[in-house]
Ligand binder design. Structure first.
Ligand code: T4K
Length: 403
């Protein structure tokens, strides 16, 4: 245990009760990591000089090759953003009718299905892994079910083998939303190689970003060819459209950011890993708090520092803790509260879905995501850790004062 930093030792010092905030500037979750600026600017100059800004430009082609190489996958197709990548993959796989997904995910996983006219059917999660509970999945399969989308929440691979086995046995298509799992591995293989296809997000808030961006990876040649058509309006050549497509192309400036970020990927991971480890050391022995474990023996990206708070054991609710943190300028988030099934249109479509999602509902009320990016300093991590300790250890008193 590092020696605790004595940031605030008395509840009356808390900003919510009139004290000065711990940080003068807000510290966000999702603050972007930026690689070598001069390399990025050189690339932007090059693309401007070339006057080639989009449509299968050289940076996008190079980016796709580099990502495919990094992941050891046959095909990487760069897409405008992760949501559109999900939509295109769903359509390319022919997912129709009903598709099983967790409700404990970013709303884009569900929306991508609904946007394609496919019904997301929410399955509960395993409260330890935060991912789909394979023991509940089969009960949710109906004659209309065509597929499963597993989500590697927080970069931890979901139950890939079990899902693969269920999909095989029940003749369902399996793909993964790997938005959180770029740079993570599973059984010696990089995420990006599992299911029929996997989808990444390279949004600004991800530890590796292309401003906005995403990708679909697959080892299926025919599927890759179909996705390439789909993301470019269905053009098979000049004036020759052979498919209903959309515009899912990544721009050259996004790929320039991506190529630059890839050169710093290891540094990004090393820096945020140190933060994660320090957070864990600061928080792991606090009664009623659980730091979501990130394995150290396999490749992980450490971008999400996720903490669960047990209100019964600590005497303080997750929401009050978040309010207190915000008052101190620590803009922790409640991902993925309140769960997709409690957001529209799903809330109206399936008003009783929560009855089948007890673990999801409970987790949505326990979870907090803390800031972690390359600009965050270890001292700041310790300050945040000490503050959380003080608040949680004085939970009942603070709850009473907050009214
Ligand atoms: N599947 C999963 C499992 C996902 O988590 C996501 C995205 C997707 C699919 C869809 O992929 P994309 O289509 O987005 O590529 C944010 C992100 O926008 C979203 O990409 C991400 N997941 C999700 C978990 O987080 P919001 O609604 O929380 O965004 P917002 O605007 O509140 O920003 C989050 C924090 O980041 C704020 O504290 C501010 C900070 N921030 C944000 C931006 C854009 C910065 O400091 N700088 C910035 O440039 O969704």
């Amino acid at each position: 245990m590092p020696s605790p930093v004595n940031v605030k030792s008395d509840p009356s010092e808390l900003a919510l009760f009139g004290g000065a905030p711990l940080f003068s500037e807000p510290i966000h979750v999702g603050r972007p990591n930026i690689g070598d600026r001069s390399q990025l600017l050189a690339r932007i100059n090059a693309l401007l000089d070339r006057r080639w800004l989009s449509n299968k430009g050289p940076f996008v082609q190079e980016f796709e090759l580099r990502v495919a190489d990094l992941l050891g996958v046959r095909h990487c197709i760069a897409i405008t953003n992760g949501t559109l990548a999900l939509e295109i993959a769903i359509r390319a796989l022919g997912l129709t009718g009903e598709v099983l997904v967790p409700s404990f995910t970013f709303i884009a996983t569900a929306h991508a299905l609904q946007w394609q006219g496919t019904t997301p059917v929410f399955c509960d999660i395993d409260s330890r892994t935060h991912a789909l509970d394979v023991n509940r999945l089969e009960q949710m399969i109906t004659p209309r079910t065509t597929g499963i989308i597993g989500v590697h929440v927080w970069g931890e691979p979901c139950a890939i083998e079990e899902l693969t086995e269920i999909a095989r046995r029940r003749n369902l298509k399996l793909m993964f939303d790997a938005s959180h799992a770029f740079g993570c591995s599973h059984t010696g293989q990089m995420i990006g190689n599992f299911g029929i296809a996997e989808v990444f997000s390279f949004h600004a808030t991800k530890y590796f970003n292309t401003f906005e961006g995403g990708a679909i990876t697959t080892n299926d040649d025919a599927l890759a060819a179909k996705i390439r058509l789909m993301k470019n309006f269905g053009f098979a050549g000049y004036d020759n459209v052979i498919y209903i497509g959309t515009n899912g192309k990544m721009s050259e400036v996004a790929a320039a950011m991506g190529l630059t970020g890839l050169e710093s990927l290891e540094q990004f991971i090393a820096a945020i890993r140190l933060n994660y480890v320090r957070y864990r050391k600061c928080l792991e022995d606090i009664t009623g708090l659980r730091v979501f474990p990130v394995r150290e023996d396999v490749k992980r990206n450490y971008q999400y520092v996720v903490v669960e708070i047990d209100e019964e054991r600590t005497g303080i609710s997750r929401d009050l803790l978040v309010r207190l943190l915000h008052a101190e300028n620590i803009l922790a988030r409640r991902y993925f509260y309140p769960g997709c099934h409690r957001m529209e249109p799903y809330r109206s479509y399936f008003p009783n879905a929560g009855l089948l999602l007890p673990e999801t509902e409970a987790l949505c009320n326990r979870v907090i995501v803390l800031p972690n990016d390359t600009t965050l300093k270890i001292e700041q991590v310790e300050m945040i850790g000490s503050l959380i300790r003080m608040v949680v250890e004085n939970g009942p008193t603070i709850t009473q004062r907050a009214g």
